[in-house]
Design a binder for this molecule. Structure first.
Ligand code: GRF
Length: 216
């Protein structure tokens, strides 16, 4: 069976990229990463892709006078590689509405909070400042409004006494690395339908456990 062709867009560390690389190494994984794009030449994640033998391209946003021209170059590369699903993984550029609309329902993002809470940056520090007891991550389809779009999967983790932003980020990140490959798998298996602002996933069992924190 043909595997779904993915592009992963990064700006930095690339640990979610690595999680996708690891998942796609399994012979039965239904998607393959055919291109890694970074807007930053020094992104660490580029080395992960190179080590896995995946072609990489840097599109340095600083070379483009306008956002639309940068996005047009991304679009050209994605189409040129026959990309079927775009995975944003720590990609730190806002995309134009025209680009997002061109890739509607074919572009997903991972965000380190339980959306719709804590959109934007510095999610962990803001979650700690707000005193939430449960944090987490979300994989969602991308829509023009930042950090909005039908949710594919979320994972919750507890906020623990003594957590600082780094400790909470690490706990959430471990959950991210499980969620992103799973969401891609469901899309590649053709299980996902979009119904208005919701994503429906056929044939997956709902989880029934409850995370209560602090525990009673
Ligand atoms: C992750 O926390 C992701 O949720 C957010 O940016 C971070 C990227 O980390 N969008 P990495 O580059 O995948 O390690």
């Amino acid at each position: 069976m043909a595997r779904l062709k993915l592009a992963v867009l990064i700006s930095g560390r690339g640990s979610n990229l690595q999680a996708l690389i690891d998942a796609a190494a399994a012979p039965d994984y239904p998607a393959e990463i055919v291109l890694v794009l970074s807007n930053r030449p020094q992104a660490q994640g580029l080395a992960h892709a190179a080590a896995a033998g995946i072609p990489t391209t840097v599109v340095d946003h600083k070379r483009f006078a306008e956002r639309a021209l940068f996005d047009a170059e991304l679009d050209r590369l994605l189409r040129g590689h026959g990309i079927e699903l775009v995975c944003l993984a720590g990609f730190m550029r806002l995309l134009t509405d025209a680009f997002v609309e061109a890739w509607t329902d074919r572009m997903i993002n991972i965000h380190p909070s339980l959306l719709p809470a804590f959109k934007g940056l510095d999610t962990h520090a803001r979650a700690l400042a707000a005193g939430v007891r449960v944090a987490g991550c979300t994989v969602h389809f991308v829509r023009p409004e930042m950090d909005e779009g039908p949710i594919l999967i979320q994972a919750a983790v507890p906020v623990l006494p003594g957590d600082d932003a780094a400790a909470l980020a690490a706990r959430v990140l471990a959950a991210e690395h499980r969620c992103y490959p799973q969401a891609v798998r469901w899309i590649a298996e053709g299980r996902v339908r979009i119904d208005g602002s919701r994503a429906l996933i056929d044939g997956v069992a709902p989880a029934h456990h409850i995370l209560i924190n602090p525990g009673a």
